[in-house]
Design a protein around this ligand. Structure first.
Ligand SMILES: NC(=O)C1=CN([C@@H]2O[C@H](COP(=O)(O)OP(=O)(O)OC[C@H]3O[C@@H](n4cnc5c(N)ncnc54)[C@H](O)[C@@H]3O)[C@@H](O)[C@H]2O)C=CC1
Ligand SMILES: O=C(O)[C@H]1O[C@H](OP(=O)(O)OP(=O)(O)OC[C@H]2O[C@@H](n3ccc(=O)[nH]c3=O)[C@H](O)[C@@H]2O)[C@H](O)[C@@H](O)[C@@H]1O
Length: 434
């Protein structure tokens, strides 16, 4: 089928390239000319394992990119995958999504389209699709929701660093529509080749648009809260000399808990956990409900970088000293530094008067945009050379192999925020939550 995707970012580029690789014709529309040019040159506009090869394989054939919306009326189904950032107060800023919806509707009007389907993939607060985005498309297109404009919600659950793998082998598919079977049919058609390629069934949750929107927030809120509880338990364990990783390994054996998302440390970052937690909290308050537990999960998370630096302070007066920051991305496998825990850690080190030298396998250039006057090394060894201390903020596998590199430090003080450094002997080593 002909699919159009509005937004060629972490979600839109992955979704469009995967749909094309599965045999659909996918057109991705973005106002960012560089992202469009990259895709048409056969290059992924973002760093995601497996994406470059899929873009290279399909670009110019099943995958095309453009800044113009012309492909929209030509397609059977349009996904909206633009960003939904936070307002100052943490509430969702839907202005970008609204603009994309209007531009989608205008493209449909320009082509005199008499029928179309638009599915929201962006993460939006319950009611946004039915009350705001669907009507915005319909008004601009001169179509009628539920009759000539079929509106749905299909949230994305991919993680950065494993976006392609997650998209191609999801644990569920969520199709939200409000008594409009045409949307469900089109979504089932879109995902049919994906499901056919798997040797196991993927459960499909056919539900309302509001439920689908909330499923996305609930998924992220639960995962973020689970990590915050692991961090809270880890902070207590640290004060009782208990290895929290032994504790979480054991409780993870309870199938009501599960082993994942129990790795305590310097906390969660990224483009979505912080944004989505804040948006859900703001939405709850807007509905006169105080989300105590969600706010506590955010508070615990916000405290972890400071606790990491408090541990450093116990061993080193960082003022005037060179401190290595190992890991700049918000998680391994990605170059994304949005809300990376390295940002408050670097800020805290600079407040202490330290000279920061950062290293990351792929995210350095993105962090240089945040801290242009910080020093960056092109290897962990170079960052550690002569450093008075090192703080580990991202659990890149390569940090587990570091050993002799620590010998070049002015003083071997290592504060590990991610339980990744293997070597302990000869180091003054502190684990944040173990
Ligand atoms: N980043 C992730 O791993 C995931 C993100 N999401 C959600 O998906 C949505 C998109 O997130 P990302 O892909 O990370 O955002 P992004 O910022 O990486 O990409 C959004 C893209 O949309 C483009 N855009 C903005 N307005 C446009 C318009 N009017 N017409 C055409 N293109 C336009 C931007 O130029 C940008 O390239 C957000 O709601 C996010 O919460 C959901 C699951 C995973
Ligand atoms: O909506 C989104 O954008 C996505 O947000 C998260 O994916 P992502 O943020 O890419 O990465 P995660 O692997 O979830 O990690 C999020 C943060 O939690 C931290 N984390 C994760 C797991 C853990 O055990 N401990 C922990 O501190 C990571 O370091 C990272 O900073 C969700 O896992 C995805 O399902 C969702 O689609």
């Amino acid at each position: 089928m002909e699919i159009s995707v509005i937004g060629a970012g972490y979600v839109g580029a992955s979704v469009a390239a995967c749909f094309a690789d599965l045999g659909h014709d996918a057109a991705v529309v973005d106002i960012d000319e560089e992202r469009v040019a990259a895709i048409n040159d056969g290059r992924s506009p973002i760093h995601e394992p497996g994406l470059d090869e899929r873009v290279a394989r399909t670009a110019g054939d099943r995958l095309v990119a453009s800044t113009a919306y012309d492909p929209v009326p030509e397609s059977d189904l349009t996904f909206l995958a633009v960003q939904t950032p936070s307002n100052e107060d943490g509430s969702i800023d839907t202005s970008v999504a609204e603009a994309a919806a209007e531009m989608t509707g205008e493209a449909l009007a320009d082509a005199d389209a008499d029928d179309h389907a638009v599915v929201v993939k962006s993460t939006v607060i319950p009611g946004t699709t039915a009350d705001l985005l669907g009507p915005a498309v319909a008004d601009a297109a001169g179509l009628t929701v539920g009759e000539t404009l079929h509106v749905g919600v299909n949230p994305e659950f991919q993680r950065e660093g494993t976006a392609v793998a997650d998209f191609l082998d999801p644990d569920k598919l969520v199709f939200g529509h409000d008594d409009d079977p045409a949307v469900a049919d089109l979504l089932h058609e879109a995902y049919e080749p994906l499901r056919a390629a798997l040797d196991h069934e993927v459960p499909v949750v056919d539900t309302g648009t509001r439920e689908a929107e909330m499923i996305k927030y609930a998924n992220n809120a639960f995962l973020a809260s689970k990590v915050s509880l692991a961090n809270e338990l880890g902070n207590i364990c640290k004060r009782y000399g208990v290895d929290s990783y032994e504790v979480t390994r054991a409780i993870g054996l309870d199938d009501r808990i599960g082993a994942s998302f129990l790795r305590s440390g310097v906390g969660w970052g990224g483009s979505c956990f912080p944004k989505d937690a804040d948006a859900l909290i703001a939405a709850a308050r807007a509905a006169d409900y105080e989300p105590e537990l969600l706010q506590a999960a955010v508070n615990v998370n916000d405290r972890q970088p400071g606790l990491l630096l408090d541990l450093l302070d116990e061993h080193v007066d960082a003022a005037g000293e060179r401190v290595a920051v190992l890991g700049l991305s918000f998680k391994p496998g990605t170059d994304d530094v949005r809300n990376s825990r390295a940002i408050p850690v670097i800020e805290g080190l600079r407040e202490r008067g330290a000279t920061v030298v950062g290293y990351d396998p792929v995210a350095t250039e993105n962090m240089r945009a945040v801290f242009p006057d910080a020093e960056y090394a092109d290897s962990a060894a170079a960052a550690l050379d002569g450093a008075r201390a090192a703080v580990v903020v991202t659990d890149w596998d390569e940090f587990a192999a570091l050993d002799a590199e620590f010998d070049a430090m002015a003083e071997p003080v290592v504060v590990d925020g991610r339980r990744i450094v293997e070597r302990r002997e000869g180091l003054t080593y502190e684990g944040l939550t173990w």
